[in-house]
Design a protein around this ligand. Structure first.
Ligand code: ZN
Length: 322
């Protein structure tokens, strides 16, 4: 823990907000949060208020500096240091799980339109090792301090801060393998996979799967491929269709790794991919071949047909290929 504890008290570089304080983001945030105070969304009402102009909701503070959908993706001029480095270091020590504990926000003043913000991050505390009902680990306290850029060139102004505390731990309850049911009176009933509901529209697809073929429905009128199968073409409304066999190759368009709840009969963590076939249609299936944390969007995959439920159910699954 010594190198990790050495991070306590260090303050990282500036991480800038993507956008200056602006009315559209405020309006979206107020809509999402159900905030109706007109000083945030109505310039005229705001002008007549004690503020004299439109202001941002104080509780929106963190929203201004979120990195977006890509992790640690901040605008130019921001530090390249990872503000969550300590959490990564703890992960490397075998503490993969995280749970948010508590947070405290402190607002110095209201923010006005066009202010440019950044924040710096400091690890203020790492607890002794603690054993909890969830597992053994460390409480990590981080302080984010928010500043408004002084465009005139003077000192930047601190406008607020956020303390947040996480528990980084090794879970007590590791995923349990599903016990194989054994014969005899004491046998635990084995939970199988849900069986598909097969309709006249989807019969051809399951017939294909049972023969180790991945079929795609095709409109006879306009040739558009579609999945999942359905009675009519969404492009031209034609009811005429046939099918083509996919090469069974594509890439991970998106994916999730399901950790909880641990639903039998699946092993967990359970990686599930949205696969885009080279033919263009997409379908969902389990991912194979890598550790749960190694899957990435864009990886090439190859279909593989595997049987379940004592050989009564065949499903296409997706193996990552080099
Ligand atoms: Zn069509």
């Amino acid at each position: 823990m010594a190198p990790i504890r050495a991070e306590i008290g260090k303050t990282g570089g500036k991480l800038f907000a993507w956008d200056p304080v602006n009315a559209p983001m405020i309006r979206h945030w107020c809509e999402a949060m159900g905030v109706v105070n007109p000083i945030y969304t109505n310039a005229q009402a705001a002008k007549a208020s004690v503020h004299g102009a439109q202001v941002a909701p104080p509780a929106m503070l963190q929203a201004w500096i979120l990195s977006g959908l890509q992790k640690n993706n901040y605008p130019e001029g921001s530090t390249k240091d990872n503000p969550y480095k300590v959490l990564q270091m703890l992960e490397d020590q075998g503490l993969p799980a995280v749970v948010a504990v508590n947070t405290e926000l402190d607002f110095k003043r209201y923010l006005r339109m066009d202010e440019r913000l950044y924040y710096t991050s400091t690890i203020t505390d790492i607890s002794e090792e603690k054993a909890t009902g969830l597992g053994v680990g460390y409480f990590v306290t981080q302080m984010q301090t928010y500043y408004s850029v002084n465009e005139a060139g003077g000192a930047d102004e601190c406008v607020g801060s956020m303390m947040f505390r996480l528990f980084k731990f090794k879970p007590t309850h590791a995923p349990k393998p599903i016990e194989e049911a054994k014969g005899g009176a004491s046998a635990v009933p084995k939970i199988g996979r849900s069986t598909p509901g097969i309709s006249p529209d989807t019969q051809f697809w399951w017939d294909g799967v049972n023969q180790g073929k991945l079929m795609i429905q095709r409109c006879k009128s306009c040739q558009t491929l579609r999945h999942p199968p359905g009675p009519a073409c969404p492009e031209c409304q034609s009811f005429e269709w046939d099918e083509v066999q996919s090469k069974g190759q594509g890439h991970i368009y998106s994916f999730v790794v399901m950790h909880y709840p641990e639903v039998p009969p699946f092993d967990h963590p359970n990686p599930i991919g949205l696969i885009e076939l080279d033919e263009g249609t997409r379908l969902v299936g389990q991912l194979l071949g890598l550790k749960p944390n190694e899957y990435q969007i864009g990886q090439r995959v190859q279909v593989e047909f595997n049987t379940f439920n004592d050989g009564t159910l065949t499903l296409p699954q997706w193996r990552v290929v080099a």
